[in-house]
Design a protein around this ligand. Structure first.
Ligand SMILES: [Fe+2]
Ligand SMILES: [Fe+2]
Length: 137
C-alpha cells in the first residue's frame, strides 16, 4: 500500500520566500512519512517524523501569526482559529499512536495532505495581499 507524495507547485506560493520555504519543509516532512509507510515502518521512525512535524508546525504557525500581528491583518482571528483546530486534531491523532502507530501514520498522511493543501489554497492565500502591501516578499 502506498500513498501519494505531495509535490510543490507554483500555485501554492504565497509570494513570500520565508513562508514558501516553510511550507516546502512541511511538504518534505509529510513525504518522509509517506516513504516511511511504504518502506518498513517502525514505531521509532514514525514517532520521530510526527514529533518533527508537530514542532515544525508550531514554528510555522508562529511565523504567520507574528506577521498577522505586525501588519494588523484583518483575517487574523479566523486564521488563528484554523491553526488551533489543526493542532487539536493533530494532538488527537497522535494519541492513537500508542495503540497502532502504522494505522496512525496512514490516517495522518491523509489528514495532513488534505488539510495542508486546503489551508494553503484558502486561508494562506488570503493574507498574500496584506503581506505584500507591507513589503514582505
Ligand atoms: Fe496558515
Ligand atoms: Fe501556512
Amino acid at each position: 500500500m502506498s500513498q501519494k507524495k505531495l509535490e510543490w507547485d507554483a500555485k501554492y506560493s504565497v509570494g513570500v520566500e520565508e513562508i514558501d520555504n516553510q511550507h516546502k519543509v512541511m511538504f518534505a516532512t509529510i513525504n518522509e512519512l509517506v516513504d516511511a509507510i511504504s518502506e518498513a515502518p517502525t514505531r521509532e521512525k514514525i514517532s520521530r517524523i510526527v514529533e518533527e512535524l508537530v514542532a515544525y508546525k508550531k514554528f510555522h504557525f508562529a511565523t504567520e501569526e507574528k506577521y498577522f500581528k505586525q501588519f494588523n491583518y484583518a483575517g487574523a482571528e479566523e486564521h488563528i482559529q484554523r491553526h488551533r483546530e489543526f493542532s487539536a486534531k493533530l494532538d488527537d491523532l497522535s494519541k492513537q499512536f500508542a495503540d497502532d502507530p502504522i494505522q496512525l501514520a496512514f490516517n495522518l498522511v491523509d489528514f495532513l495532505e488534505d488539510w495542508l493543501i486546503y489551508h494553503l489554497m484558502n486561508a494562506d492565500q488570503k493574507y498574500k495581499e496584506c503581506f505584500h502591501e507591507h513589503g514582505l516578499k
